[in-house]
Structures are given as C-alpha cells and as structure tokens.
Design a protein around this ligand. Sequence first.
Ligand code: AMP
Length: 625
Amino acid sequence: MPKYTDFFQQSIDQPELFWGEQAKLIDWNQPFEKVLDYSQPPFARWFVGGKTNICFNAVDRHLKDRSNQAALIAVSVETQTEVTYSYQELYEEVNRMAAIMQAQGVKKGDRVLIYMPMVATACFAMLAALRLGAIHSVVFGGFASHSLAARIEDAKPTLIVSTEAGLRGGKVVPYKPLLDEAINLSSHKPSSVLIVSRHLCDYEKVAGRDVDYHELRAAHMDARVDCTWLEATDPSYILYTSGTTGKPKGVQRDTGGYAVALAATMPNIFCAKPGETMFCTSDIGWVVGHGYIIYAPLIHGMATIMFEGTPLNPDAGIWWSLVEKYRVSTMFSAPTAIRVLKKQDPKFLEQYDLSSLRNLFLAGEPLDEPTADWISSAIQKPIIDNYWQTETGWPILALQHGVEVMPTKLGSPGLPVFGYNMKLIDENTGEELGRNQKGLLAIEGPLPPGCLQTLWGDDDRFVKTYWQTIPGKMLYSTFDWGIKDDDGYYFILGRTDDVINTAGHRLGTREIEESIASHSNVAEVAVVGIADNLKGQVAIAFAIPKDASKTEGLEDQIMKTVDRQLGPVARPAKVYVVPALPKTRSGKIVRRALQAILEGRDPGDVSTLEDKNILTQIQGIIQGS
Ligand code: AMP
C-alpha cells in the first residue's frame, strides 16, 4: 500500500496520472479523452470527453451483485418507522420518481429544487433528478420563505419537490405554507410542485401547479427510465451557501469529478467497505449530507442510514442503538451533536454493542479537545476530525488512514487530503508562510475533481470571491485562518470573513442583518458571531430602533421576523436594542469591537472609531440585560 507522502505527492505532481487511476473506481459509459483541462484557470475541467451518470453509479451498477443487499435504511423516530430498501427496491423507486419528474417536463439541464425533511423520497428525488441529467438544488428544511425564495429565484427550477410538513420532537413543522410564500416572493415560478404528502396536516393545493406524488407513483409503478449519459463536466447539483453578502452563493458541482472524488475518499479516508453500513447524521440540505448520506456510500455499494429525528429522542442512546442494530461500520457526525450527547448520562453510550463501528468522523466546525477526548473515551473508537467546505464537496484536511495510519493530534484535522495543494499565505503580502506561522489557508489551482466548478450563473463572482483576494497570486481562498506545525499538521483558527458557524450550520451575518433590517422599527443593525460552549458560535444582534419609544417586545418581534424569513437556524441567540453602533469615521460598523465586548475581551485598537463612548454604552446595556 502506498504511504501517505507518496500518495499525496503524486496527486500534486502528477494529477493526471493520479486521478486517471482513481477514475477507475466508477463506471463510465464513454471513457474520457483527457483527465484534466486547465487551459482556463481557475476553471478546472476534469475527465473531459468522458460520459457517466451519478445515479447509475449509485444504483444501477450494483444490481448485478447487490440487488438484495440493503441500500437505503430510512429511520424516523418521529413517525416511528424504519424501512429498508434493497438496491433493487431503491432502483424501482428512483425509476418511478424519474418517470414522475419526466411527466412534469423535467429534462437534462433543468433544475429540480428539493425542499424536504429526512425522508426516503428526498433521496429518491435527488437520485431521480441526476438520472434524468437534471440539476438538483436541495434546500435545508430548516430554512424559511425568504431563504427559499432567494434560491428559487436564482436556480429557476422547473419542478419543486416538497411535502406538507416535517416533524421535530413530535411537533408538526409545516413546509407547504413556507413554500407557497417563497414561490409568491420569487419572480420565477416553477411549472409544477410535487407534493409528497406525509398525511401530517391539511394543506392547500394550488390548482394547475401542485401535483400529488402518491397518485403519480401509482401510475408509474413499472416505470423504467434510462439514465441520461452526461459529460463528466456537466453540472450535477447546486447547493447554496452563505457568504459575506446577503445573496447566497450557488456552489455548482460537476458530475464525473464529483463521483470519482467521493469514490476515492471511501477507502482512503473513511476506510469503509462495500456491503457495510454508513451512518451520517447530517441533513441532506448540507454538503456533508449530499456526499455522505447519499452519494458516497451508495457509489461505494454500502447501505446508508437516513435518520429523521434528534439525537436525544427517545433518549440519548438512539444513534448508538442504530449502530448496533444495523452493524454500522462508519459513522459521520458533527462536534455540536457530540457536545449535546456529552451532557447526557454516559449509560446511553455504554449499553450498546458498538463492535461493528470502525471510526467516528466529525466535521463542519472546529473539534475542541474536551469534546474529542470525551467521545473517544466514551466509545473507544478512533475519532477522525476532517475539515472541508460546501465549496469543496469533500475533505480538504484529514488523516487518511486507508493510505497510511498516522497519529492523531488533538485540535488538528490532520494533513492535506490528496489533490489539495495547500498553502498558508500572509493575506497582506501574498507571501507563502512557513511552519508555525498563522496565515490564510489557500489552495493552489487546479482544485481537485468534485470541487465547485463555478457559482451558478456567475463565473465572475466565482473568480472574484475565491481567486482574487490574495495579493499578486491566483489562489483559492478558504477564508479560514490556519497554522501548520513541524509535522505538517494543520490547525484551523477560525474564519477571516463574516461567516459564522452555529451548530455546524454556516450562516452569513449579512443575511441575518438584512432580515432584521426589514422589521419596520429597525433603523440599523449589526450581527456578530460569538463563541458558545454548545453550538460553537451563536449570532448576536444589535438593533437601533427607528422609534425608541416603541421598543417593548422588539427583541421578540425581531426573532420572529428571522424565523419567518430565514428559519429558526438563523435566529440570533440575543437581540440588544441599542441607541447607536460603533462606527469608523467613514461610517463602517466595527463588528469586531462588538464581538470582543460580548466575549469579555479587550476591543483592541478603537482609534478609528468616530465615538468611543458608544462601546461603553453598549457594554452597559449588555451587563444590564
Ligand atoms: P460549510 O461550507 O458549511 O461546510 O462550512 C465550512 C466552514 O466550516 C469552513 O470554512 C470552516 O470555517 C468550518 N469547518 C468545517 N470543518 C471544520 C473542521 N473540521 N475544523 C474547523 N473548522 C471547520
């Protein structure tokens, strides 16, 4: 087995040789002519001329050897149901869904927006869209009408797949009214909306637009829809993520490169084997869910668990009972979830047989040492931190135990993953930094297969946002600070921009500010992220009222505004009503000073502030509340 250094170095020095070899992990309908075309940097085109289909690789190709093996295990503690679909059954459901989509006019290149909870039909819809060569855009079910409207406006879907409601802790969470409002707000209207009713509540059907999944499924029971062969460089999906402006960025992923990259991660990083079971506790609305609930385990011929529920329902043992029951070998979660479990009685972890479990992977936010220590001693399994972004689609930093078993260092996600030519850069000079020097974490192009190709419909924003922020060099900026130790291990030191990470969810403070500013009694607002023991970070808002005599109940109304427009995920933990905000003489709000006083730190250099007394006033308001 090649050792890490050789393996990694080949991926950087001879990318065509390296990725040409990895490409054998998937099935191709037509072989590629060229592994990499990087003639127009920073746009990398992988596996040029090759034709494939992700749905084929995730489903059809396994029918020969695995038709009776479990493919999808849909567990809902909310509806108390557990359904296992074999590869054959998954194939049939995906064909039915593809036929339904086709009947709604969906064809290659069209967008299908999926706004669904963690139910099996959401998985069928994702796979069916790709089967047809359509581009899916899954929107996290926790987002509300304005967030959804912005995504509908940008992606312009032909079809939206949704449901009337989700469930959270036994409570019905309506989806349909939020969806209807979002469609009203958007100037783009989908031709049809496919409602997968869960019989949880009544909902209004819009005549001529809304169609019923169960009725259509019954009409397509025996449907067979051929996979549409796509160019490797054709898009597979768009996934929106927060940036530093209020407008979310549509991360666009390719087809062949993504399938190859995911397939390569399974043996090399995740040490997972075909026929085993993977349990990723993320949500299909996030990038980890796309890759490691749906595509990677299925491409790799594994069974995957889709879980609807919370980690504490009916008790803190629920995940581990699933590990025992389904003999999970590979588990993937987020540090926040572990911090939630940490508060529970350890007996919930001790009473289950975890002998099938090989590794627990954690990603999405910094893994603090106490959390890592606690979970590793509680389950007695290797805990593998890995660092990545929606943009990359798969890990950038991780220990790659499938290549070579390397020692873990607490607080570090490890070493660069094959394909990523990492650099630590001085953000002012563009100079590359050495070991033990803090800098901006950057990646030299070409980005490896499966990373974002561009931002949907906006090549210019893609280039300007990611590739033109470092002076004098065209490097991809991660917008994270990092440091590398003497052994080459990286440590992530937080974001360089206004993106915050709440319970593993990435949020732009600007989006929250825009939402709060829409309240009729808000003149101006600043939102900052501050450290939180449980969620990593939380958002805190400072709002200046238009009419200072009418501030009673304003905090509550602001919270409700955010809930309604963006969804509860974006709700600030606290809103302070303040008379003014700290600003520079040129009128820029100095958010870092607000963050510092909230975290009890010295606000640092405040010489640029127009009025330094404002900070003292705000400090008084925080202490008095
Ligand atoms: P997202 O695009 O939502 O996956 O968020 C990506 C951001 O989350 C990164 O830019 C980091 O700031 C943070 N992040 C993800 N994984 C890790 C990790 N393992 N350690 C530290 N930060 C992480």
